[in-house]
Design a protein around this ligand. Sequence first.
Ligand code: HMN
Length: 289
Amino acid sequence: MANLITALLVPFDKSGQLMEESLRKIVEYNISENNVDGLYVGGSTGENFMLDTATKKNIFRIVKEVAEDRVELIAQVGSLNIYEAKELAAYVVNELGYSKISSVTPFYYKFDFEEIKNYYFEIVKDVETELIVYSIPALTGVNFSEDQFGELFANPKITGVKYTAGDFYLMERLRSRFPNKLMYSGFDEMLLPAAAVGIDGAIGSTFNVNAKRARQILEAVEQNDFVTARKLQAETNDLIQKILDNGLYNTLKLMLTEKGVDMGYCHLPMKHYTDNQVKVAQKLVKDYM
Ligand code: HMN
């Protein structure tokens, strides 16, 4: 069955400093309460692109210290600064023993495909690891064709994609054409259709609070029980819709704080939460967790 991998939230205090003890707790919570199979560390959900290199390293180190080898750890090392990406890749693989790295497509500048391909090949060149391409066109503006994925996958160190998009035609084409590459779905609200296409895993922010239902969706699809899977996805999407309406990362953090894992604040320039967001999050915990 497909693996369930939490995109890890990272707690910050009001001044944007990492809350180390809370980070330890949220890692443990995902492993022993949510029973997930892995953690995706340093992704969008980890508010990673607003952090300096030392903080990124500190997060990777603490997560590994707590998780040890109990679950799979994937480190998102991608950065507009390719030298930082390479430094982080070497650090997590050689010093911490992460089993895989992942890298977002380079964003902001309109890089052409050759530049993007060079970026990926350069990141894996000096490190013995597997890399999962993090494709999220809605945030980066970078869309790959089937053939372009093929060019990336021609590098044996590039072993899969985290596919955060709603184009299930392309997803199916990739699944059929590259059966030996790993396919991870990225949108939790589309877990059922992704699982129907055939995925090796799902990586999601909402698994921090909704891992049980997500696991049940995967199990129902595995058993070809689409009636149950649809019901669970509908319930999940009622929850996700309310989370998105109330502010994604603030609400996820507030829900966990309500459950006893103090997740602090989002990192500026993301907004700090309001009293009303707290009330909504408390109700979501009561209704869905
Ligand atoms: C990450 O990089 O942290 C995750 O892989 C991102 C993950 O795909 C999430 N995407 C974003 O937050 C942009 C989803 O879990 C998403 O939050 C969820 O489906 C709600 O839209």
